[in-house]
Design a binder for this molecule. Sequence first.
Ligand code: HEM
Length: 288
Amino acid sequence: MSATDASTFDFTQASERRERNRKAVRIWLGLVVFILFCLVLVGGATRLTGSGLSITEWKPIHGVIPPIGAAEWQEEFDLYKRIPQYEQLNSDMTVEGFKSIFWWEWSHRLLARSIGMVFALPLIFFWATGRIERRLRWPLVGLLALGGFQGFIGWWMVSSGLEKLTSVSQYRLATHLTIACLIFSASVWIMRGLAKQPTDAPPTAWSKYAAGAIACMAIFQIYLGALVAGLHAGLTYNTWPLMDGSLVPGDLFVQNPWWINLFETRRRCSSSTAAAPMSCGPAPSCIC
Ligand code: HEM
């Protein structure tokens, strides 16, 4: 074999190896994205079923094991009975009712832990065996760190509903949801970047900026959506597209200082009107 043939052979082998490695990493990230998708669904169900405050302790390792036997269930339920949500909203709940909210929250946390493992262990393996391209190493480590941070935010959010509030703080809920979106989109981005790229003309700088701007606006809208959900502000106006007969309701800024209306709600019994932001912005609602 001539020197040119040998170097062509080496080059072909190296590029085949690179393609194989990329495919393996892509499949791994595809699995991560799938579990993340399930995690987001279970997180949403946890919120919608009002289950988010059922586990009142932060036990990253021991929390994997759910209560076993009647005595342990009663113990866990007794912990829940101490928080305002039970006292003010669920005081007629039985152990059986408690179990149904517990399982949602427990499954959410279990999936979150599993995804940590499904991400970290293959990352170590792929890194150690030289299968991860240099340019992807720090973005993947960053993604792992963001996942860990999300776990901390999850607990920070839960802790906001254990002493005074009957549900979690809207700010912390919005932070949790926004970070979930960032983790999900970053994982999809890295995975897609490893796929065979189309041979069409590359995007122009302008279209890249426009796509980036649309993505940022969508994430901001999701943040606002979580504030609305956290405040139960979605029920403030029951007409669409106008709110109380106008595009911008007259009592938009009832609270002082004015900017607090963008984030907080004031409960008022007698009035059917309440200030509301436009579109998906958070709105004060009528609450006693
Ligand atoms: C990568 C990890 C995680 C992701 C992607 C994730 C994602 C989500 C999502 C999308 C929601 C629904 C939010 C909404 O409906 O606005 C949610 C809810 C929730 N998450 Fe997570 N989560 C993660 C980890 C955790 C951890 C580790 C905890 C607890 C320590 C936690 C606690 C909660 C709670 C309590 C809720 C319900 C909040 C409520 O009661 O309103 N999450 N999560």
